[in-house]
Design a protein around this ligand. Sequence first.
Ligand code: BGC
Length: 704
Amino acid sequence: MVWKIDDLIAVLSVEDKVKLVVGVGRAKEVPGAAGETRSVRDVKPISLTDGPSGVRIEGSGDLWYYATAFPAPIMLASTWNPEVVEEVGKAMGEEAKYYNISVLLAPGLNIHRHPLCGRNFEYFSEDPLLSGVMAAAFVRGVQSTGVAATLKHFVANEQEVNRRIVDTIVSEKALREIYLKAFEIAIKEGDPWAIMCSYNKLNGVYTCQSEWLLTQVLRNEWGFKGLVMTDWDAGDNPVEQIKASTDLIMPGNDDIVKWVIEAVNRGALPIHYLDRAVKKVLELIERTATARESRREIDWKKHSEVAYRAAVEGVVLLKNNGILPLKPGTRVAVFGTGQVETLKSGMGSGHNHPRYVVTILEGLKKSEVIVDEELSSKYENYVLSKRGKDKLDKLYRDEILLEHIPQDIVSEEDVAKYAERNDVALIVITRISGEGWDRKSVKGDFYLTDDEQKLIDIVSKYFHSKEKKVIVILNIAGPVEIVSWRDKVDAILVIWLPGQEAGKVVADILLGKVSPSGKLPITFPKDWKDVPVAKSSECYPGIPQDNPRFVVYCEDIYVGYRYYDTFGIEPAYEFGYGLSYTKFEYRDIKVEKTGTSVKVSLDVINVGAYPGKEVVQIYIKAPKGRIPKPFQELKGFKKTKLLKPGEKERIEITIPIRELASYDPDRKLWVVEPGEYQVRVGTSSRDIRLIASFTISEEHVFAP
Ligand code: BGC
């Protein structure tokens, strides 16, 4: 670095300063990057790019930029394993660095407020603790390489309908306990160098123009020292943005440069605001300098192994009537076009361009099962004829939204034949989603289509008539309706959007090379009408069609399982749910309370026949007090190591007393009310294995 920050600020002209805080889009330095800063005097530009599932840069013509496609963040969260997520972050950081990207525009940690947000796959969970801990791990991984990570989208940006203008109306209590909480944890545990304010307004003010949010909460209360950048073209007033404590306006343009210069000249933007922003931009450039100076070749094979490990730990087994794992040599009839056009990720910023994707069919063919090739080639030819070669060739290179094509392309006669000569049936169901649109509560999206239902019906009928079993693989971006068809099948696996190693992951899980250990980071409701936001079009204006410009977070703090548990609504599969091939027992719980924390310890024993990992989840049920509280809340979790049959691990989880607090909007304080607190240790939020308690004898209060 040839300059010193304060010396440089002292000699920069107003125009230089403004150019430093207003970026440029569609970068020149790295083709396809989302944006870069401007070159000003000796300060060279730095590049920024997406995103949450892998480094996203695009070439053109024959020049393509390949980067590993990691599993989507919803799947990373399903691992409940921060170590794996940190590894993914590190690998992404290395790839960013290799392509001379200084700032990665990830992780995204908006809350899965409702199951159909189009970008849920880019976010982690409906729970702020799980989201925050995963995001922090991701950040630590990325930044260990010298590349900056960016938390996004700050804050209350939980829908894509009207995403650039929607005004989110939410109580301060829900904001602090749920939506801000995830970011607060990620900042305190991950120390990200950047954060991106969102497109939406928050209670009437654009987040990037909110002094309350950016100065009071983010900087003053949480002590955030990094840089705040806008989402791409967010908000409507760059001067207000800089005043509020936004430091970098992205992607920016020359008109914005003129606008800000003029505001300084006329005294509408006092220079100290601009200097503050310039300083943050220069600090970020300085912090990421080592990354630019120490570019290294990538071990792509190693990164594909990281992608595999993360995906395999994030597979969630919803149902198993004893058919899984399969034995080597099992003859498998595979139905559904998803075996050929397997979805690796969603669309938009969460998409990237890997060198290859192992489809489900390819993965199975390379494994120890025997695939019915005649049936699979029917699906291959069908997909080819419907999509065209060009589209299929580009499937993993371009962003292609595949329209639904009928899945029941085999006659009943044929299915009878396949049932006769195979041992088991596999049905692949896919659902994509992406940036810019929300999913819908209709057939073909949340619900299965008639042809998918028919496929399940006939395959189950013929395979069951031969006493053979049926397994469904859900290659999905978010929850789908399952209750209407689950009794017809014998096993259900959620493989989410598993990245480039998809087929290998599926084969290894089916064959029991790895026992599933993923747990749902989001509730699967029985039906759309059970979802809290489905109550009125104000609570979620994406459906029905009228699309007002605001959304009211009417469920308040009762998001996800907090709602289902408090109001006694039974979900299809609850938060934290996921089966294993083995069985775990929980024993010997001990709760030790000190003045500042509660330590919970217990033994987990693998009492089944397979090696496996278990996710221990601690929910706290607070006493009924003055402040409204959900039935229970996740306050800690830990994934065990791989436990062999008979093996035991002592788990210890410490919960700070402060984390038991609820926000009291009247007193503007976090309050831990006195009384008896129940410690509920479960393998899911509803399968509670051990219960203990502790008492808080007097009220504790904490400033925000
Ligand atoms: C998205 C961000 C993304 C940015 C740059 C925006 O439209 O909302 O998530 O990082 O574009 O690609």
